[in-house]
Each structure stands twice: as C-alpha cells, then as structure tokens.
Design a protein around this ligand. Structure first.
Ligand code: UD1
Ligand code: F6R
Length: 371
C-alpha cells in the first residue's frame, strides 16, 4: 500500500522518521540519576563478552548493506577497541579470505536471503567464528543460521532500491558499537551524547526531508547529465558510495562515489566545467580537509554542489560559484543517516524525470538469491 505516494521508493524515503523510531523502540534506555543512559539489544546480550574478547570484528554484506557497515565503521572502531574490517561477501569468497575462530563476523542483509552473504556465512561458520546477523527479515535464512543477531525492524521494504533499511542498519550498528563499548568508563560521555543524538534523530530526519522540493529542482538541472561524482570522506565516505549507488541503480545515470582523500591520485583528471560534483562537507573532524578539497575543485572550475551543515553555506562556497544543500547537524557518527536522505531524494526525482521505473530498476531484483 503506497498511501498517497506515487512509488514505494518515495514512500520508504519519507517514512524514515517512523522506521528509525521502530528500529530504536525499546532499545534505548533514557537513564536517570542512578542509572546511566544505555542501549539494550536483546539479541546480543548473552554474547557481548565473547564479542568484546574477539580479536577482530568483520562486517560482511553486499551493495547498500555493505555501505551501511562502512558508515558505521568509524564508531565501531572508536567504541569497541577491537580492530574492525569490512568484506564484500563475494570478494571474501573469491579470495577465500581469512576468518578465524577468534573473530566475530557480522552479516548485514536487509532481505536476509542474499546468496553471496549466505555463502559467506556458511564459510565463516565452517571457520568457527561467532556469527551475528543484522537483518530486516525475521525468519530469514540469515536470521535463522546466525548464532545471534539484531533485527533492524525497519518494516517491509518493497522498492528495489534500499533506502529506509540503510538508515536503520546504520543506527543498529551504532547501537552495537554502544553496547560493545558499554563497559568502558572513559567513553561514557561520548556514548551518552550519541544516545541523546539517537533520541532526536527521527526529528532531524523529518527536518532534512523538507529538502524534497530543493532536490527536485536540482534533479531538473541534472536530468540530462551523463555522469555525477560524489566526494566524501571519514564518516561520509559511505554516504558518497551509497548516494552514487542510488543514482546509478534507479536513474540509470553513471555515478561514482569517491573518497576525497584519493582525489589527487586520479579522479582530479575528470574535473572540468561540465561534470557535476557533489561534495559532502558537513561538520566533523574532516571539515577543514573537505574545505580544501572544495577549493581545489573550484580552482579547476568544477561544477560543485556542496552539502554542508546548516548556516555553513557561504563559508564552504567560494564566491557564489556553487549550489549548496544545507542539512541539520547531528552527532558526527550519526550524520551519515541525515546526509544520505537528500541523495535518496535526488536519485528518486532524477528517475521520475528521466522516465524510468522507480521501484523496479532495469535488470535488478529485490533479493539476489543467485550468485
Ligand atoms: C525480541 C522480539 C520482539 C520483542 C522483544 C521484547 C522477535 C523476533 N523479537 O526483540 O518481538 O518485542 O524481544 O523483549 O521475536 N537473531 C539472530 N540472527 C539475526 C537476528 C536476530 O540470531 O540475524 C536472534 C537474536 O539473537 C534473538 C532473536 O533472534 O535471539 C530476536 O532478535 P531481535 O528481534 O533483534 O531481539 P529483541 O530486540 O530482543
Ligand atoms: C541497492 C540494493 C542492493 C542490496 C544488496 C544486498 O539499493 O538494494 O545493493 O543492498 O543486493 O541486499 P540485502 O541487504 O538484502 O542482502
């Protein structure tokens, strides 16, 4: 049921304040004078000791689910104190990469049925790792075959392009970082700030969704382009990859997410006055570096669209040479949840304007059950 929306993708983008609320329901503890703010994940509580003691946390997934893990990686590293690595499921299998008994392997999958991810799970089980599922589908193969896990509870996702599952996956992995780090006193202030940020996140997503018309206008401007680059780094490297994946898979426009730190090592050669480039430069520890990236792209006459924190528009844009997307600022590790939304909206409007099928992009299936 699409309600008053024209497409499932549109509905699922706009229901993110509600899907995030259900993802967090019953899992955030407000705390009081005698009890600290905390997170409760029923599915993990009996396994936390093993997870904390593991030698490495490995996150495994495909497509958008992989990108969600990448978005959560910095906070997982910061709060867990355990090395965190990422694997695209098919690549792990192609390489028969190392998975050890001392590892905890997390399998991220909206459907819980993706063949590559399931094969990687079988491989990790054979190698003796503790296997944890992060899935949206209760009763799915990943939910059944992992030792334990967390259901993201985002509600059924119908559009082939994953949107609300992505933001719920990030929130669940941030909550996993919080529960793993729960026994570390030195990070308590940081954890409480993130929990406050989680409580307020649905409101901030509601706010960023008001950019809908602005993104439609931007889509009109870009509708006939051949290609779109998206530059990000740090917490928002994943946002660049995920924004570009959305644009290419539904609007069928070539798009590439680029790690801004790699700009000078090749991508800079593409920059001219015609190619549109989105640069994500919201406030976090990488802000100054992104400002310098913007200046260098501007010096090469790049056609820039800069995503920045509210009020930073004139600060990030040299002269009035670029277009600005101002988004609400949240706790740095949660910013990817906010920043992906305008890019989801852009991909959606580009697709409608270009006349392609929004909910069932050419050649794609919702659940990829073959290798
Ligand atoms: C559970 C109930 C929820 C109830 C809540 C009340 C289910 C599915 N969830 O939620 O309805 O409101 O208790 O306390 O009945 N699991 C895996 N692999 C996965 C995902 C989950 O093994 O990929 C396991 C978990 O370890 C857990 C169970 O499935 O044993 C349920 O997980 P989850 O729904 O996340 O647990 P709760 O949030 O506690
Ligand atoms: C992109 C998309 C795919 C899936 C991928 C994994 O919008 O939907 O990239 O994310 O096929 O699917 P799940 O998460 O079901 O394992």
């Amino acid at each position: 049921n699409k309600g008053h929306y024209e497409h499932y993708m549109q509905k699922e983008i706009h229901e993110q304040p509600e899907s995030l609320t259900t993802t967090m329901r019953g899992r955030l503890i407000r705390g009081d004078s005698c009890k600290a703010k905390s997170v409760l994940l029923g599915g993990l509580k009996d396994h936390l000791k093993t997870i904390r003691r593991s030698r490495r946390l490995v996150f495994i997934g495909c497509g958008t689910s992989y990108n969600a893990a990448l978005a959560a990686r910095p906070i997982l590293e910061e709060l867990s104190g355990v090395p965190v690595t990422m694997e695209i499921a098919s690549d792990l299998l192609d390489r028969q990469g190392p998975i050890y008994r001392e590892d905890t392997a997390f399998f991220v999958s909206q459907s819980g049925e993706t063949a590559d991810t399931l094969n990687a799970l079988e491989y990790a089980l054979e190698n003796g790792a503790l296997c944890v599922g992060i899935t949206n589908t209760v009763g799915s193969a990943i939910s059944r075959n992992t030792h334990c896990g967390v259901h993201i509870n985002a509600g059924c996702e119908i559009g082939v392009a994953s949107t609300k599952a992505y933001t719920s996956q990030i929130v669940v992995m941030a909550m996993i970082a919080l529960v793993i780090g729960d026994d570390t006193i030195s990070s308590q202030g940081r954890r409480e700030a993130i929990i406050d940020g989680l409580f307020d996140l649905p409101n901030k997503v509601r706010e960023v969704l008001k950019l809908d018309q602005e993104m439609k206008d931007l889509a009109k401007l870009l509708v006939s382009e051949q290609s779109l680059l998206v530059f990000g780094r740090g917490y928002n490297y994943a946002t660049a990859l995920e924004g570009a994946l959305k644009v290419k898979e539904v609007s069928l426009m070539h798009s590439e997410g680029i790690l801004a730190g790699e700009m000078k090592h090749g991508p800079l050669a593409l920059v001219d006055e015609n190619l549109p480039i989105v640069v994500i430069a919201t406030r976090d520890a990488c802000f100054t570096k992104q400002q310098s990236v913007i200046q260098q792209l501007h010096a090469r006459k790049g056609r820039l669209i800069v995503m920045c924190s509210k009020g930073d528009g004139s600060l990030v844009c040299p002269g009035d040479s670029c277009r600005v997307i101002e988004v609400p600022q949240v706790e740095d590790c949660l910013q990817p949840v906010i920043n992906v939304v305008p890019l989801q909206l852009l991909a959606y409007h580009l697709t409608v304007l270009r006349g392609y099928n929004v909910d069932q992009p050419r050649n794609l299936a919702k659940s990829v059950t073959t290798q």
